[in-house]
Design a binder for this molecule. Structure first.
Ligand SMILES: Nc1ncnc2c1ncn2[C@@H]1O[C@H](COP(=O)(O)OP(=O)(O)OP(=O)(O)O)[C@@H](O)[C@H]1O
Length: 357
């Protein structure tokens, strides 16, 4: 799945339920990040496997194998990389694929690493080709060839690197060239969190933020958090504001529901845009199939906004399907909006596909 669908910086980052980090998230996330594996909620398999990898490396007194973390934004990839550094008692350097456009940028970072240091490379799939090729050798042999000069007189000067651990993160594991993927000793795929796990994230964050919340209040926020801890933490902060201004500061189910009603995040985590798309599909086009362009005009949004910002979550929730003939609502979409589907059209009446393409 293309998780980048949900990361469009111009749109989803501004939404309360967008998975990409906004400015406020960045400011508070440091305080909410779990510091070691035991504090990291959920992702049991990944945690167990990583625990083994790190313990074994520690016992051998070696640097850990390179680690690739894949999964949607906001699921904890950056957090895990910091935990790896903490568990290995090693410093961490953080950079990202788009920041490394030239092989020289990468050479400068690699040559300044300390022995055992963790290099966290976010969005590793967005690194330039020459940098990527330099990384192959660095990962395998802890060596890079620095090219000095240009044209026929250019020479490659080999540079030895201290052993380090690369932690690569990507929302698009499928885009990584196989030679790069193969150089990671351990690959972990991060899944969306279930509501119980999100409740634990919310209780933990509430404790750190010194907010009183009961079990039902946490469950209400968890159900609207789209399987993503970053969104859970953001909704918690908005509910905290509401509880403080409109009530006694304590978060209950009623307070959480009322607060998120103000922000138009519904019981299943859909926001105004998601619901507008579904409503148009159901009310104007009888549930489809309808073409993407037509649907976009109906909700007054760009095609790309509907396709890249609203649809991925609706598809994931089983509310909308993308078919060759156009977008189609599922029975769950009718139920979610409290509407009754029209009678099935009689076969052969020529109505099918009226709104397609
Ligand atoms: N398993 C978890 N337990 C508790 N909190 C978590 C967990 N995973 C993520 N979080 C919280 O969610 C926030 C976002 O996590 P993080 O920045 O690690 O996500 P990410 O996958 O790196 O996102 P991006 O791809 O956008 O960089 C952090 O503040 C962290 O506190």
């Amino acid at each position: 799945m293309n998780w980048d669908d949900e990361t469009d910086p111009g749109t989803s980052a501004e939404r309360l339920v967008g998975a990409a980090a906004d400015g406020e998230d960045q400011a508070v996330e440091a305080a909410l990040r779990p510091k070691d594996l035991s504090e990291f909620v959920g992702q049991e398999k990944v945690r167990q496997q990583l625990d083994l990898v790190l313990k074994a490396a520690r016992q051998r007194g070696a640097t850990a194998d390179h680690v690739l973390l894949s999964g949607a934004p906001g699921l904890g990839k950056t957090t895990l990389s910091m935990i790896i550094a903490a568990e290995m008692n090693a410093p961490i350097r953080i950079t990202s694929g788009p920041a490394i456009q030239h092989a020289g940028d990468l050479a400068a970072i690699l040559s300044s690493l300390q022995e055992g240091e963790i290099l966290f490379l976010d969005e590793i799939h967005r690194m330039s080709r020459p940098a990527e090729e330099m990384l192959y050798m660095a990962m395998e042999d802890f060596r890079v060839d620095v090219i000095v000069g240009k044209g026929p007189g250019a020479t490659a000067i080999p540079l030895e690197l201290p052993p380090f651990t690369l932690v690569g993160a990507t929302t698009r594991a499928g885009l990584l060239p196989p030679p790069l993927r193969d150089r990671f000793g351990f690959t972990a795929h991060m899944e969306f969190y279930d509501p119980g796990e999100l409740q634990r994230v919310i209780h933990r964050s509430a404790g750190l933020l010194d907010v009183e919340i009961d079990t039902d209040g946490a469950a209400e926020i968890a159900g609207r958090s789209r399987g993503t801890p970053r969104i859970a933490n953001r909704l918690l902060r908005r509910v905290r504001d509401y509880a403080q201004v409109r009530a006694d500061g304590r978060i209950t189910r009623e307070i959480a529901a009322a607060a998120l009603g103000v922000y138009e995040v519904d019981a299943r985590g859909l926001d105004r845009l998601d619901r507008a798309v579904l409503e148009a599909l159901l009310k104007l086009f009888g549930g489809g199939p309808v073409g993407l362009s037509t649907l976009a005009v109906a909700v007054g949004e760009e095609r790309e906004t509907v396709e890249e910002v609203a649809e991925p979550f609706l598809v994931r929730e089983g509310l909308l399907a993308r078919t060759p003939r156009g977008r189609v609502a599922t029975p769950a979409a009718w139920t979610h909006l409290g509407l009754t589907p029209p009678q099935a059209a009689a076969p052969g009446n020529g109505q099918q596909g009226l709104f397609g393409a």
